[in-house]
Design a protein around this ligand. Structure first.
Ligand code: FE
Ligand code: CA
Length: 509
């Protein structure tokens, strides 16, 4: 990896931001599609298409306080000669002038192009693919997570878009709520405090979505999204914030964060929030080849066990002294989602069952028998309940994909997760982070040595994972970028694995 002087990047980042600012308020252009377009939630007959009108994206959007009509069209070709669907949607001020159109009536298993128009402007075009109705031969999907804006560039997303997958799965930490801290060398800077209000969260999404590589990745294929903690507040658990904010204040904050999330994601109306609630867990099927069970491990979880002394919530790393961690009544998904997932896994007819969730599911035991309480290790009884479902043998080819830990992981998930002599029930892959920084590699090397079911653990590179599914096998490639501190750099394959039909154990490709 080429190491350049860090200070140079700070200077470049600041210069780029000044350039962007100069084109903001008062600009004569007033182009409304500054945040690009997106598609998501593909089905056999359609998908969601998304945009948001925001001529002044960094300061509230800059739209009048009135509904605005937005035209949309879907074409069978890149040149928009054969329009197959069109209509008009209303962008409302109470939803930040976002537009979510659920396009239906399309043909299964083919690519379409879409765009939006206002009387004065047309959006860039996006590309989306419908799901094959049955007999799908292959599916290529990319996934990653964790794109902290100020610490890196979205080089990984640029490469993921260039690889032209059928789907991209984003596993959370789409934004980070933090303010910048004094004295840090950031790659890019912005001028705003920690996000608390609806206006704060909207501006933060606008900041992130102004990134051209992120826009390119959204335009390249439909996305399936779920969130982790930073879309609201680091380490929050249900109604409990990381710090001592009152419950009622935190639920207002959560409502603002969830609303802004919906406003900026290509989600269906079924995911529209109501106050501090948003049902994000859902299943999306890709013919009879795969079902994505998209999980929400934040909104319903029990509080983390044994928080740090003097704190009311948040994560900790604890040893055997923390009995609460093992309490069988503690849940990561909540009872309703657990039941829904168990039923979906057992009833599903797809060849591959992808558990699209936030974090590492396999145990990560640190020296001294210590565990980090924010991930599945903080909820071992809930994990065992889920693994017991996979171990019935009635779930066809479960594969766990995850994010959160700013690392690549490949692991065998065992029927008794701590016991490597118990049968392997699922392959697990954590697909790196797009820009967020991981723990030092030396620490991760020690962790790997203590956890024989972990076959790869790399925190020192950024990137994404690319999966190729066929009925008989899945191949998984971990793609690491050369340097996420610059907008453009090379990419290479860090590791490749194969998982065969009815044999969940990882094989090195
Ligand atoms: Fe993260
Ligand atoms: Ca996280």
């Amino acid at each position: 990896m080429i190491r350049l002087n860090r200070r140079r990047f700070v200077t470049l980042g600041s210069a780029a931001l000044v350039g962007a600012c100069a084109m903001r308020p008062g600009s004569p252009a007033k182009y409304p599609f500054t945040l690009g377009v997106a598609s998501g939630e593909p089905a056999a007959d359609g998908f969601v298409i998304w945009t948001r009108l925001a001529p002044e994206p960094h300061s509230g959007g800059g739209m009048p306080d009135a509904p605005v009509a937005v035209g949309w069209e879907v074409a069978a070709d890149e040149g928009f000669r054969g329009i197959v669907a069109r209509g008009t949607a209303t962008a409302r001020p109470d939803w930040a002038h976002s537009v979510h159109v659920e396009v239906a009536g399309l043909q299964p298993g083919r690519w379409y192009w879409y765009r939006f128009t206002t009387p004065d402007a047309a959006s860039p075009a996006g590309r989306a693919r419908t799901v094959p109705s049955a007999g799908a031969e292959t599916l290529r999907f990319a996934f990653s997570s964790c794109q902290r804006w100020e610490v890196g560039h979205y080089t990984a997303l640029r490469h993921a878009a260039d690889a032209a997958p059928d789907l991209f799965v984003h596993l959370g930490d789409y934004i980070y709520e933090y303010a910048l801290r004094e004295g840090r060398n950031y790659i890019r800077t912005f001028d705003a405090g920690e996000t608390v209000s609806l206006a704060d969260y909207r501006n933060r999404y606008a900041l992130y979505k102004s990134d051209p590589a992120l826009q390119a990745a959204h335009a390249a294929c439909p996305w399936l999204v779920t969130w982790d903690d930073h879309e609201v507040d680091n380490d929050y658990a249900d109604d409990r914030p990381e710090d001592g904010m009152a419950r009622s204040d935190f639920l207002k904050r959560r409502a603002a964060a969830y609303q802004a999330y919906y406003e900026h994601m290509p989600l269906r109306a079924a995911q529209r929030p109501s106050g501090p609630n948003l049902t994000l867990y859902r299943a999306v099927s890709y013919g009879d080849l795969a079902t994505f069970h998209i999980l929400d491990d934040r909104q319903y979880r029990s509080p983390q066990a044994c928080p740090r002394p003097g704190r009311t919530g948040g994560s900790n790393t604890v040893g055997p002294e923390c009995a609460e961690r093992l309490d069988p009544s503690r849940s990561l998904l909540g009872a309703a989602q657990e039941t829904w997932l168990r039923q979906g896994l057992l009833a599903g007819r797809a060849r591959w069952n992808i558990l699209a969730q936030q974090t590492l599911m396999s145990p990560a035991r640190w020296e001294g028998d210590r565990y980090w309480t924010d991930g599945w290790d903080g909820y071992p009884a809930a994990r065992q309940k889920l693994v017991d479902v996979l171990a019935t043998g009635r779930v066809s080819n479960p594969v766990v994909i995850g994010g959160d830990v700013h690392s690549f992981y490949a692991a065998d998930l065992h029927a008794r997760p701590q016991d490597p002599s118990s049968p392997v029930v699922a392959a697990e892959f954590v697909g790196g982070s797009i820009s967020s920084l991981g723990l030092p590699q030396e620490q991760i090397d020690k962790l790997k040595a203590l956890n024989p079911h972990v076959k790869l653990a790399r925190s020192d590179v950024r990137g994404y994972a690319m999966a190729e599914l066929a009925p008989g096998r899945m191949t998984m490639r971990f793609q690491a970028v050369q340097d996420a501190r610059v907008p453009v750099s090379g990419v290479g394959t860090l590791a490749s694995y194969v998982v065969e039909d009815r044999n969940p154990r990882l094989q090195v490709a």
